[in-house]
Design a protein around this ligand. Structure first.
Ligand code: OGA
Ligand code: MN
Length: 297
């Protein structure tokens, strides 16, 4: 078993876990302990981790299937590379202020859960800090589990029992129509998820929304946006938020079913790099129960 210590990150969710090197975690009792902390606390912070891409990938695989958004773009002889969330381009230069790549990074500054627009949305994103800026560039996390449990009934009833539609191009369109038009944002059909995700391991419910959400059943798109904004504002109040200022070697692992996140601005002329592995949800994570009943397949 891991001989770890945990320190709460906020009153409502998240712990820092000390005494663990994630690159060494083994399947079996050790990982089971990590996984149960993940189910319980929704966000786990590990500092000063010595973890390379291979170990990062191995850790991801313990959680479930690795998400691979580029599978269809890669040539047969090209290997999977651990994705980077970075303003550093392939040639080593920094992405310019109005580049589409920069706009894509800006879209990460809207509250979201990852991959709600994919047929198997993310269970977790394991972010490892590789290069940090002199200031700025924190990532913020908001517990939609804590928020849901404290949400007034008058707000809950607006979406309880309804399905919500998600698409990637929606969040990008809020930043730039040119960005939203790129083929990479139109790979998957619109997804239709229940408004609430019930964690099958502990029964805890969390509101499931994201910047990618564009339509709630029973409302038109304009009405939906007003309600989604209202829900988002409730969930992202300070008492439900943890803000993480990165140091190189920090690792954050969070439950996308119960926590929203967003990037915050940093100086454009400084490099910022995180490696990111998303793991997809499976039925074991409650996925099949999330498919809204009106989906007749
Ligand atoms: C992501 C993401 C936030 C950040 O990797 O999915 O939203 O702070 N990152 O870079
Ligand atoms: Mn994200």
């Amino acid at each position: 078993m891991i001989d770890q210590r945990t320190i709460p990150l906020t009153e409502n969710f998240g712990v820092e876990v000390q005494g663990v090197q994630l690159g060494q975690i083994k399947a079996g009792a050790e990982f089971d302990q990590l996984r149960s902390m993940f189910e319980e606390h929704s966000a786990l912070l590990f500092r000063a981790q010595d973890i390379d891409d291979e170990q990062h990938l191995a850790l991801g695989k313990l959680f479930g299937p690795i998400e691979d958004r580029l599978a269809d773009e890669r040539k047969p002889d090209e290997a999977y590379v651990v994705p980077r969330v970075s303003n550093v381009l392939k040639d080593g230069t920094l992405s310019g202020e109005m580049d589409l790549h920069t706009l894509h990074l800006k879209a990460n500054m809207m509250w979201h859960a990852d991959s709600t627009f994919m047929p198997n949305p993310a269970l977790t994103n394991i972010l490892v800090s590789r290069v940090t800026t002199s200031h700025g560039g924190a990532t913020e996390f908001a517990s939609t589990r804590a928020a849901w449990s404290q949400m007034p009934k008058a707000l809950k009833v607006k979406i309880e029992g309804r399905g919500i539609w998600h698409k990637y191009s929606h969040s990008r369109a809020r930043i730039s129509p040119e960005l939203a038009a790129l083929p990479m944002f139109h790979k998957w059909p619109d997804q239709h998820w229940n408004a609430v995700w019930k964690n099958p391991s502990n029964g805890r419910e969390a509101l499931y929304i994201a910047s990618h959400a564009f339509k709630i059943d029973g409302y038109n798109e304009a009405e939906s946006q007003v309600i989604l904004d209202e829900l988002m504002a409730f969930c992202t109040q300070p008492q439900f938020v943890y803000r993480h200022e990165w140091s190189v070697g920090d690792v954050l692992i969070w439950d996308q079913r119960a926590v929203l996140h967003r990037a915050t601005p940093w100086p454009q002329n400084e490099p910022r790099t995180l490696t990111s592995i998303c793991v997809s949800t499976t039925d074991r994570d409650g996925l099949s129960l999330m498919r809204h009943q009106s989906d007749a397949n």
